[in-house]
Ligand binder design. Structure first.
Ligand code: AMO
Length: 441
């Protein structure tokens, strides 16, 4: 493309101020708004940093007249580059305006837009997701994803400082790990394969390799049939696995991580766009046993029995009673996966395991456990859950040649974001969500 203006030297709107009065600058971005006030015309240009006001006076010389005619015609959301002089103007965004000498239209937008980026006209979430590229031009949406990036950065910082190494495990797999949720089958040459539900088997296998502390931030695929505000068919999970520790130690890592992430994001000015003031959760978080949870839910009038998993309504009832982040511990083995370590027989009155869930009052955020590290017990557990030990051979084998005791958890990044930002629908915090009905964009 031949461009007359030196856009490679462009400045962001927020890099310019009244201190640059009299200087010639080049800005580039999208035509956010056009305001015709009779004698003057304002063109508001939006870039990644913010907004710049370009001011044209109508009754000037012929050059200005020509520029004025073009500026007036350029459709909103077109991409333009503008060169002009900075003039201090207290009423304009960032305290300056630009008096343009030249404008180049780099990409002209169609006249009818799928969304209003000025937020004067609201849109349904579905409409926004259909035109997600444009929804991201809206300040509030953009901030959600900047915060998401900051959260991921904070997680990596926290774990790197504690000696964890980041791993990448396969997403095309041959076996299921999470009992309650279905797999997406894919055709893999002449065999059947699946999209992975969790890095569970692989992160555990790495404990036999001597890596000791690993983490992964990656997609998980769940063929959930239901259409809810907290389930996706492709979610992002952050997983850790740690050798030579029990569930108690990894719970501590989890709560410290959550507090660290909140404290890192707390001072970010973009939170104002979401009308949020983040309170860092006080740790240690409250811990209640599964048995106590069931009792409290029953006392609140809900029908639930020992051995049942907590449904959405039970989770909400309990969450409303507790009102802050908390752990549920000591789950019945029957409703936790085969890899959860059963509690010592003499220590418990019922058949529980060393597993936990981290709960937000509205939604489950994470689950984890101490793992079974005995080959025999693991094989027996796999079979007693009605699964075939043969399809787990690659995993089971690693338990026969020196597997240390270990523990870990998986935290839903999307759920962490929606709960931190007090957003109702999980789809809002995912760039291009995948659900029952949505496979594009
Ligand atoms: P679990 O199945 O509980 O545990 O998943 C861990 C966390 O991942 C998130 N999550 C989801 N988020 C959005 N949509 C979904 N469909 C979805 N499914 C799960 C939740 C959940 O708490 N292998 C174990 C973890 C471990 O023990 O290490 C596991 O996958 O926030």
């Amino acid at each position: 493309m031949n461009m007359r203006l030196a856009i490679q030297n462009r400045k962001y709107a927020t890099e310019i101020s009244s201190d640059n009065d009299g200087e010639t600058v080049c800005i580039a971005g999208w035509v956010h708004e056009k305001r015709d006030l009779g004698g003057v015309f304002f063109l508001i240009v939006r870039d990644f940093g913010g907004f710049a006001q370009v001011t044209l006076h109508k009754h000037k010389g012929s050059v200005e007249q020509e520029l004025f005619a073009r500026v007036k015609k350029v459709p909103r959301e077109s991409v333009v580059a503008i060169e002009g002089k900075v003039k201090s103007e207290s009423k304009a965004p960032n305290g300056y305006e630009i008096i343009p000498d030249q404008m180049e239209v780099l990409s002209e937008a169609s006249q009818v837009l799928p969304l209003d980026t000025t937020e004067k006209v609201g849109a349904e979430l579905d409409t926004r997701l259909d035109a997600r590229f444009m929804d991201l031009r809206i300040e509030r949406t953009k901030q959600i994803f900047i915060i998401r990036s900051r959260v991921l950065k904070a997680i990596r910082e926290f774990l790197d400082e504690r000696g964890f190494i980041e791993i990448n495990t396969p997403k095309i797999v041959s076996a299921a790990t999470e009992g309650g949720t279905a797999l997406f089958p894919i055709s893999y040459f002449e065999r059947e394969a699946f999209l992975n539900q969790s890095p569970q088997l692989y992160k555990q296998m790495l404990m036999a390799s001597g890596f000791d502390r690993v983490y992964e931030i990656a997609p998980i695929f769940r063929a959930e049939e239901h259409d809810t505000t907290k389930h996706l068919n492709e979610a992002t999970s952050m997983d850790i696995e740690v050798a030579f520790v029990s569930d108690k130690e990894v719970m501590k890592i989890l709560e410290e991580l959550i507090a660290f992430v909140y404290s890192k994001v707390r001072g970010y000015p973009g939170l104002a766009k979401l009308n949020l003031k983040l309170e860092v959760p006080k740790i240690p978080l409250r811990r209640i046993t599964y048995e106590e949870a069931i009792e409290a839910i029953s006392e609140a009038g809900e029908d639930i029995e020992w051995g049942e998993d907590l449904g959405t309504s039970a989770e909400r009832t309990l969450g409303a009673m507790i009102g802050e982040l908390y752990f549920i511990t000591d789950w019945p083995c029957a409703i936790k996966p085969f890899y959860a370590q059963p509690a010592d027989a003499e220590a418990k009155s019922k058949d529980t395991c060393n597993a936990f869930d981290l709960m937000h009052p509205r939604v489950e955020l994470a689950s984890g456990s101490q793992r079974v590290h005995s080959y025999e017990l693991l094989k027996q557990n796999i079979e007693s859950k009605g699964l075939s030990a043969d399809s787990f051979e690659f995993y089971l084998d690693t338990f026969r040649f020196g597997m240390p005791p270990h523990a870990g958890w998986g935290l839903g990044i999307d759920r962490l974001l929606m709960s931190m930002l007090e957003i109702e629908n999980i789809r809002e915090v995912v760039l291009f969500p995948r659900d029952r009905r949505r496979l594009a964009p």
